[in-house]
Design a protein around this ligand. Structure first.
Ligand SMILES: Nc1ncnc2c1ncn2[C@@H]1O[C@H](COP(=O)(O)OP(=O)(O)OP(=O)(O)O)[C@@H](O)[C@H]1O
Length: 262
């Protein structure tokens, strides 16, 4: 059995007497790419925030390589985990390169300056931001800013990269490209994803959340079944042969309720 890098036991989050996440247990091994999916309000972001140590669970615990996350300082956590969230608001006056360099703060003093610079430039290159490194964050488009946030997280060289809806400002092509880039980093990744079409090509494991509970935790093919997806999202899953290539296409379709019965 593969040893767990991150484990959650019976995680619960409550606010105002309401369960936001209820009794979620899961484990993530090194190299896994876990996609957390589910309808709006299902508890995905709350779960991600607890797994990354940003939110303390009401009960239950998270362990990183067997150590309780709440007993690891924020400074040490930042050596192991990087988070690209939905609410990050980088200072708009910062130059892109200076912003990405912030990813190196947790590692300050551990490497030579030239090595530090190489890591930052490599992160900018991977995120396709070299042409923009002198621009200010405030001058970037939403999609470019999302890539800058990813570059900062890559520069942080975490063991686990947490992404909350990393593709929400990106055009359809850029969405696929960003997840391809992330998959190519050979990092352990936990990502909240809304676009179901991106899940199977990206994830090695899928956590399906609904009404604050984990409904399924399985490989994409087992998680993205017609039955479960219809039950949870109210949409159909069609698996079709690609018309010109030797591969399968998975299509998610909103049922046309107005269509006459065949
Ligand atoms: N601090 C809070 N206090 C009260 N309710 C909260 C708090 N944080 C989240 N919630 C509620 O908990 C539920 C789950 O929120 P969460 O952001 O985890 O859902 P989500 O699955 O990520 O949703 P979305 O897909 O819309 O981003 C939502 O109904 C939200 O309004």
């Amino acid at each position: 059995m593969t040893a767990a890098l991150l484990e959650a036991h019976d995680l619960c989050a409550m606010a105002n007497g309401r369960d936001l996440v209820q009794a979620v247990s899961l484990s993530v091994a090194a190299g896994d790419r876990l996609a957390i999916i589910g309808p709006n309000g299902a508890g995905k972001t709350t779960l991600l925030r607890m797994l990354s140590g940003m939110l303390r669970p009401s009960s239950g615990e998270v362990k990183l390589t067997g150590r309780r996350l709440d007993r690891i300082s924020a400074a040490e956590r930042a050596l192991h985990m990087a988070v690209v969230g939905q609410t990050d608001q980088p200072d708009p006056r910062l130059a892109v390169i200076d912003y990405v360099e912030l990813g190196r703060v947790p590692h300050a003093g551990l490497r030579r300056r030239s090595e530090e610079r190489d890591i930052v430039v490599d992160a900018l290159r991977r995120a396709g931001l070299l042409p923009l490194l002198g621009r200010t964050i405030g001058s970037l488009s939403g999609g470019e800013r999302q890539r800058a946030q990813l570059a900062r997280a890559i520069a942080q060289q975490p063991k686990i990269l947490f992404l909350d809806e990393p593709t929400n400002h990106l055009d359809p092509r850029a969405r696929g490209e960003l997840l391809e880039l992330v998959a190519g980093l050979s990092m352990t990744v936990i990502a909240v994803l809304h676009d179901l079409a991106l899940v199977a090509p990206f994830a090695t494991k899928v956590a399906v959340m609904n009404h604050a509970r984990l409904q399924a935790l399985a490989a994409p093919r087992e998680a993205l079944t017609q039955k479960l997806i219809r039950e949870i999202f109210g949409i159909d899953v069609l698996r079709l042969r690609h018309p010109t290539e030797d591969r399968e296409l998975t299509v998610f379709e909103v049922p046309n309720r107005a269509a006459p019965p065949s």
